[in-house]
Design a binder for this molecule. Structure first.
Ligand SMILES: [Zn+2]
Length: 509
């Protein structure tokens, strides 16, 4: 049973830490009892962490699957994979083959269930951090070539289709027609007004003699279709979040959503064109400049959604707790459904026992379990749990502090020896034999000192990493729908709803 040290360096980042240095860090976390074990080093130079088709990585997984490894050590978690889905799968395979997983920089290993959960959480938030605004802007340029092609369809009002070539492929680009673009802007701005309805807007446009294509007239259906179309919006992170929340499949990376270009929805299969359910659709960012600001566009979506809810035709967005909520009485999963419109015009989602709705074998809880209320409650509980994780990180830091101190003392001692050595050489009048010996000694001191300094730097950056772990609460505060769902999947085993409506959260730790 061997210990595998795995290092990966990507092509795109020139100044990233070398594989040799990564392996040094890995060696530093091998425990005293493990020194006589076989150590296999596997290296992938010039590979990105975006996929798992890397030679060294594949050899590592082969050894794991053959039961030839007892432990895998990496410099940092993201050396294994930058994709959360891949990472979680790999972790699962390690577990099945009883392979411990240790990261030298994140100061925990997977030999405990607690460490395993922490690893997963950190990956969720690491992904979140990667897509934060600062990174988004710097990555935007690099990802420019990921811009999408026009996915076809009739020309949208406001644009003309011009042939173009993207990545050597002939496609079409949307060019604004000034007069039509002006009218699009006018329609969005008018509809965003609180008092404006689709019918009123239609009447105003008719009275002003404004017309859509081919001299026909604006109808409420045409207006609604236009207002819903993301082809007009200067797509930014808020627009991304909006579609992400509605479970649209996002084709373009969030880093591209810099508030410049319009986007296209495509791939509708079973719904009518006017259906607002975007969950089976894909969204790709195009290369043309958007016409409408994202805040106005989003205001319009909010209004349209409200209309649809009153019309009662919308399938509701699900809860990020979906799959975790269970009826205590019958043990069946509870799913979200939409209630009737209440007096204030709102439609609230609530959890319903599937044992009751599908099999008629259960009467379910006696009180209505509103999804919003349950989500708020669990949201707060998770905040508290994440704050608890701080304690663990701090203990780890205390040990580090002692080691940092120890290293500093050792470095000081070496510096003293070096001074003494110099004094000896000066006093000896440069005796040849002594000089050779002194040189040897000096070289040894230098090596020892740089090793200690590197270890010290490692511990310092570990401190930074611990700060990231500590700040999980901060990330949680700004987490969107998908992120909340991912965290809930990791932390929560079940949420049990009893007959009287009381709730119990069963945690994974
Ligand atoms: Zn039930």
């Amino acid at each position: 049973m061997a210990i595998i040290l795995y290092a990966r360096k990507s092509v795109e980042r020139e100044n990233s830490i070398s594989c040799e240095t990564q392996l040094e860090y890995c060696r530093s976390v091998i425990k005293p009892g493990e020194e006589d074990k076989e150590v296999i080093t596997l290296v992938d130079n010039g590979f990105s962490g975006g996929n798992v088709n890397r030679d060294g990585f594949q050899r590592m997984m082969k050894l794991v699957r053959q039961g030839k490894a007892s432990k895998v050590v990496v410099y940092k978690l993201d050396r294994i994979s930058r994709s959360l889905a891949d990472f979680v799968n790999i972790l699962q395979e390690f577990k099945e083959h009883k392979v411990e997983f240790v990261s030298s920089q994140e100061s925990f290993d997977t030999s405990s269930p607690y460490g395993e959960m922490l690893v997963k959480l950190l990956m969720v938030f690491a992904e979140f951090e990667r897509t934060s605004i600062v990174n988004r802007v710097t990555q935007a340029y690099a990802h420019r070539s990921e811009m999408g092609f026009y996915m076809g369809g009739r020309r949208p009002y406001g644009f003309e289709l011009v042939p173009t070539v993207i990545r050597h492929i002939e496609t079409k680009k949307l060019n604004p027609i000034p007069a039509e673009a002006e009218q699009v802007r006018y329609i969005f701005q008018a509809y965003a007004q609180v008092s404006m309805s689709l019918r009123r807007l239609r009447d105003i446009l008719a009275a002003e003699g404004r017309q859509p294509l081919n001299g026909s007239v604006w109808t409420t259906a045409k207006l609604s279709a236009l207002l819903k179309n993301p082809i007009y919006v200067k797509s930014d992170a808020d627009v991304y979040e909006y579609f992400d929340r509605h479970s649209t499949q996002m084709i373009t990376d969030i880093s591209m959503f810099t508030g410049e270009c319009g986007a296209q929805l495509y791939g509708r299969t079973k719904h009518s064109p006017n259906s607002p359910d975007w969950s089976d659709m894909k969204l790709v960012l195009l290369t043309h400049q958007g016409i409408v600001d994202s805040d106005i566009w989003l205001q319009c979506q909010q209004k349209l959604e409200k209309n649809r809810q009153i019309g009662n035709s919308v399938s509701n967005p699900t809860s990020w707790l979906a799959g975790k909520v269970v009826c205590e009485k019958c043990g069946h999963t509870m799913t979200t459904i939409k209630g009737r419109v209440n007096k204030s015009g709102e439609v609230r989602r609530y959890f319903n026992c599937t044992g009751r709705s599908h099999k008629k074998t259960c009467t379910g809880p006696k009180v209505t379990i509103y999804a919003g209320d349950l989500e708020n409650m669990v949201y707060k509980s998770i905040s508290v749990k994440l704050a608890d994780l701080k304690g663990i990180s701090r203990t780890a830091r205390k040990e580090d502090t002692a080691e940092v101190n120890d290293l500093k003392l050792k470095i000081k001692a070496i510096e003293k020896y070096e001074e003494q050595l110099l004094d000896t050489i000066l006093a000896s009048g440069f005796n040849d034999d002594l000089l050779a010996l002194a040189n040897q000694k000096a070289a040894q001191f230098k090596r020892d000192r740089s090793a200690l300094c590197e270890r010290l730097e490692g511990l310092k950056s570990r401190d930074d990493k611990t700060d990231v772990a500590v700040n999980l609460t901060k990330f949680w505060k700004t987490a969107g729908y998908q992120r909340k769902k991912a965290v809930a999947m990791i932390m929560i085993h079940k949420i049990v709803i009893s007959e009287d409506g009381s709730t119990k959260v069963l945690w994974n730790i």
